[in-house]
Design a protein around this ligand. Structure first.
Ligand SMILES: NC(=O)c1ccc[n+]([C@@H]2O[C@H](COP(=O)([O-])OP(=O)(O)OC[C@H]3O[C@@H](n4cnc5c(N)ncnc54)[C@H](OP(=O)(O)O)[C@@H]3O)[C@@H](O)[C@H]2O)c1
Length: 297
């Protein structure tokens, strides 16, 4: 059997970068990114798929500037809603599996318990609306697809809350951090590992998706607030600034965020056997990677 080909959109993003590493032993990975493909130009998406003719397409590209999307929504709609629909059409034409990432921000956060995939979405901001529209566009095409809704993504590289807070902790005597939004910090590495596990199952000799197309939650287990998350990793640093918990009302930003972003991951465990680690354990691995990297500098 020939080696399966996997096309990854969003090569340099947090998840896209990890995917290339985790998928390398499963198939031949071809990865592309902006500006060689531009999701606001659907022809560039089609050309990339037609050049690669992959067995699996993974879309890790997205417009992730949540606050900026409120004032400049057009690129968010093109990249998060239109682009994924075009990929889904191309995947269906080839009979390829499409894996796509979505977000906790499709929910309104008002539910007091973890969200399940059958809960009604109700995005509070433009980013969430565009991501939900992307999910719906993929489902409407009707090919083989797996949409993984994740949350609070971070890792040892890329633009994320952990790296921003570690930098600010060196620059400021006090950090005031929101303590009334609850969610599950999830590492880009765990997301990529779980994706590789699913792709390997589908590509296995007796594999296939077998009617398992759908939306799945994929986050670390457990939950905390932004303040609790920051306190956990900052307290392990040599010098810690004063940490002050604040309500969202004291940190005004353009986009509203859900109060409760915690997602139940039972469906992905039951369907694909994917079980994610507690967020604290995954955090320790990222901190270890960062300290190894600084030790070798
Ligand atoms: N970050 C989070 O906290 C979070 C939370 C929940 C869900 N998610 C979802 O998880 C997925 C991965 O997120 P991430 O944090 O890895 O994203 P990221 O680091 O922001 O990476 C996004 C990728 O999309 C590419 N991109 C941007 N504009 C593009 C365009 N016009 N055409 C083609 N590609 C373009 C970026 O390229 P450039 O770098 O060159 O712009 C980058 O490679 C996304 O679907 C996101 O919505 C993220």
């Amino acid at each position: 059997m020939s080696i399966p080909k996997i096309l990854v959109f969003g090569r340099v993003g947090q998840v896209g970068w990890e995917l290339r590493h985790k998928l390398a032993c499963i198939g031949r990975v071809v990865s592309v990114d902006y500006p060689e493909i531009d999701f606001s130009k659907p022809d560039t998406i089609r050309a990339a798929v037609r050049a690669a003719e992959p067995n699996v397409i993974i879309n890790a590209a997205a417009y992730t500037a949540v606050d900026k999307a409120e004032t400049t929504p057009d690129p968010a709609w093109a990249i998060n809603a239109t682009g994924p629909g075009v990929i889904a059409e191309e995947a269906k034409r080839l009979g390829a599996l499409m894996v796509h990432y979505s977000t906790d921000y499709v929910y309104n956060g008002a539910k007091p318990s973890p969200w399940v995939e059958t809960d009604a979405p109700g995005p509070l901001n433009v980013y969430g609306q565009t991501k939900l529209a992307g999910d719906e566009a993929i489902a409407a095409v009707g090919g083989d697809y797996v949409i993984l809704r994740t949350s609070w993504v971070y890792g040892a590289r890329g633009a994320n809350f952990l790296l921003t807070m570690l930098r600010l902790a060196k620059e400021r005597p006090e950090l005031r951090i929101v303590d009334d939004q609850t969610g599950s910090p999830t590492t880009s590495e765990c997301i990529a590992q779980a994706t590789a596990q699913i792709v390997a199952q589908v590509l296995a000799p007796a594999g296939g998706l077998n009617g398992r197309s759908g939306v799945y939650h994929l986050t670390s287990s457990g939950a905390t607030t932004w303040f609790g998350f920051a306190k956990t990793f900052l307290s392990k640093q040599p010098a810690v600034p004063k940490l002050t918990p604040i309500p969202t009302s004291e940190y005004p930003v353009p986009a509203r965020r859900p109060v409760n972003s915690v997602l139940s991951c039972q469906r992905i465990a039951d369907t694909f056997g994917v079980r994610m680690p507690p967020w604290e354990d995954a955090l320790d691995l990222v901190l270890e990677t960062l300290s190894e990297a600084s030790a070798t500098k």
